[in-house]
Design a protein around this ligand. Sequence first.
Ligand code: GLN
Length: 304
Amino acid sequence: MDYQRLFSEIAIELSEIDDLGNVASYIPELQNVDPKKFGIHLSTIDRQDYSFGDAHEKFSIQSIAKVLALALAFELEDDQLWDRVGVEPSGSPFNSLVQLEYEKGIPRNPFINAGALVICDILVSRLNNPQQEFLEFTRKISGNSQIDYCSRIAESERLTSFRNAAHLNLMKSYGNIQNDIEAVLDFYCHLCSIAMTCKELAQGYLFLAANGVNPITNERVLRGSQTKRINAIMQLCGFYDEAGEFAFKVGLPGKSGVGGGIIAIYPGHYSIAVWSPKLNKKGNSYRGMQILEFFTTRTKSSIF
Ligand code: GLN
């Protein structure tokens, strides 16, 4: 398969369709990105790499980082983790508070904000310096010491995090947050501010396509069975109330972020990262989903 040519064809076809949606603005710093950015990077488990467009430019990965937070918490807690967070799709927006009260402070899954905040609480309890140790974990599993937080974005989210603070307060009232709310919120905002390129994302998350071992670093991140579980949660919950649509159109486990990035995994084969900042109404990259729909259809590489 000539992937390079396929990427060019996808770019041409998509340029003929309007890029609907809007760049995220509820985190003020995210508005400053050029809405026309368009990047793709494919990494295969047999060590081939293909880049297209703005694949080497860093952007805010936002909720895509929740996958790595889950991986680290899963490594530390193993199956005890599931006492505090579920594995069911929420069918609700990523920042919805509604279910949390009905379900007594136990979030549906680790990828909605409530669930990711519980994961952050666990990491704050477990690690001496969560911010530093999480960054080291991310750098180690990616084999890339260039990955870092963006303090501008972290600060911008921190100053407008009223809804995430509400999640934490509600969960604390049910006993599902153990640490100081400010400390957990600060760690969460840093986590979401991580800046990576499409290439760094595809290579860093390749362990999810390779049974838990990153083929680039030969580093085992998780056991095979844990990797299977993370992919399953990505499939069911990675796009919140649009997870069905993503499965329907793309057919791979994936995770989006409000910075306009998406990572998708084809277990046993490849990881692919795309970036296009304009978001649809559900907060997922409008064009990013189209790129992946074209890609898996043309390459016949969906898990279904
Ligand atoms: N940091 C963002 C928030 O909490 C992450 C949301 C996302 O990327 N879907 O709102």
